[in-house]
Design a binder for this molecule. Structure first.
Ligand code: NAD
Length: 418
């Protein structure tokens, strides 16, 4: 049995196999491209506030080491499993290669609901998990960043734990750190702003004006909330947003600063008085110009893809659309998909900038960060669009083809070792 066996890993493999057929990658080279290079599974014993000890499962998967160190987020969520982490690591590989970054993909996580833990418990869990990863992560080997359920504070604890063991500060071991300890200006906003930028580019491509256009966003965390605000500033009316507790809908558009103030003070969107509640399933089927899934994997499936009524699907989350749903959307032909590995690449691009700035101890202005970010996203968008049109393939197949081809060529150039 494949140790990574899991619905999300199977989905990543199906995508890879389809592209490998298209690129005519010899069967003998496919396994080497697809299988994660290495994985670490650890027990994370953690002292709880009531004096008891709980043992959590932690994972880190490094997908390939061919282009440089590996890079990818750390997720704290009850559904985290080795297979899910491996799938997310594989997607990180294709994403970094598509953006031209000198990284392989990685991902990590702990199977835990962080909302059930106190700040002290989260700190002890994070420090112990990091201790288990010592030797496996490092500025030249593997560089974690925030993902679902983790944030700048998590990265600060990780960096501090590594630094205490090294005897000196090691800022390059993580990205997405607080700015005061070497984080980059614009990193927190990078993924959501990138999603909004590419949604705007897709609108231009389809000849739809942004002013007065409508958007719907699923997930109101780092990616979803910033994407919603950026789209609102671009002139979109935000019809609906949601988090794990449910959603908010307003037919004329939500007042985003007020929604944000509510979310900040209540820790959830639930209960906001100036909108109607809406369930996540209904939210995905709202008519709109841009739909941004920015929560978890496998939200748009063979079951609901026929009911999606957006013009542009801007994938803020990783893996929100299953291959079955892709098939339905392709047949329909009326939804322009900005695939995850392109759409949410802003996060890893500015993580790369943070790593570069840290290694040089030379920091850029926010304007420099954003300008360089949008130039990289623009290049990746244009290349993907051109390939998609030239070869009459979907935007996802085009983006994956560009990413996978680069890793394949690098592996051919280097040989068997990495
Ligand atoms: P986050 O933890 O900050 O936010 C996740 C949000 O999704 C929360 O609002 C949560 O309540 C909501 N959510 C969870 N399950 C949901 C459900 N079933 N329905 C509706 N909402 C639900 O996480 P994030 O960093 O914003 O990441 C979101 C997605 O974007 C993930 O797929 C992640 O891998 C991807 N991503 C994140 C980054 C980054 O820089 N943080 C970069 C690239 C991709």
């Amino acid at each position: 049995m494949n140790i990574y066996s899991d619905p999300t890993f199977d989905m990543a493999c199906r995508q890879f196999d389809g592209v490998a057929d298209r690129l005519q990658i010899p069967v003998s080279e496919r396994e080497r491209l697809k299988a994660p290079k290495r994985a670490l599974v650890v027990a994370v014993p953690t002292r709880m506030d009531d004096g008891t000890t709980r043992v959590f499962s932690g994972y880190r998967v490094q997908h390939h080491l061919t282009l440089g160190p590996t890079k990818g987020g750390i997720r704290y969520h009850p559904d985290v499993s080795l297979g899910e982490v491996a799938a997310l690591a594989m997607w990180m590989s294709w994403k970094c290669a598509l953006a031209g970054l000198p990284y392989g993909g990685a991902k990590g996580g702990v199977t835990v609901d962080p909302r059930e833990l106190s700040t002290g418990e989260l700190e002890r869990l994070t420090r112990r998990f990091t201790q288990e990863l010592l030797g496996f992560i490092g500025p030249q080997t593997d560089i974690p960043a925030p993902d679902v359920g983790t944030n700048e504070q998590t990265m600060a604890w990780m960096m501090d734990t590594v630094s205490v063991h090294a005897g000196h500060s090691v800022p390059g071991v993580v990205t997405g750190k607080p700015i005061v300890i070497g984080g980059s200006l614009g990193r927190r906003e990078a993924t959501g702003r990138g999603v909004a930028y590419l949604a705007g580019r897709a609108m231009d491509t389809l000849g739809i004006a942004s002013s007065g256009a409508t958007a719907v966003v699923q997930g109101y965390g780092n990616v979803g909330a910033i994407a919603a605000h950026s789209l609102s500033r671009q002139g979109f009316r935000i019809l609906a947003v949601s988090d794990v507790n449910g959603g908010l809908y307003h037919s004329r558009g939500l007042d985003m600063p007020r929604v944000d103030a509510w979310a900040q003070s209540h820790g959830t969107l639930a209960g906001y008085p100036e909108a109607e509640p809406i369930r996540n399933a209904e939210l995905l089927a709202l008519p709109c110009d841009v739909l941004v899934p920015a929560a978890m994997e496998r939200q748009i499936t063979g079951e609901n893809a026929g009911r999606i009524r957006c013009r542009i699907l801007a994938e803020g989350a990783n893996g929100p659309t299953t291959p079955d749903a892709d098939g339905i959307l392709a047949e329909r032909g009326d939804v322009f998909v900005i695939p995850d590995i392109l759409c949410n690449a802003g996060g890893v691009v500015v993580s790369y900038f943070e790593w570069v700035q840290g290694l040089q101890s030379f920091f850029w202005t926010e304007a420099e960060v954003m300008d360089r970010l949008f130039r990289i996203l623009e290049g990746a968008f244009v290349q993907t669009l051109q390939l998609s049109r030239r070869e009459s393939i979907s935007m996802r197949t085009a983006a994956l083809s560009l990413g996978i081809r680069r890793v394949w060529e690098a592996k051919r150039a280097r040989g068997l070792f990495p």
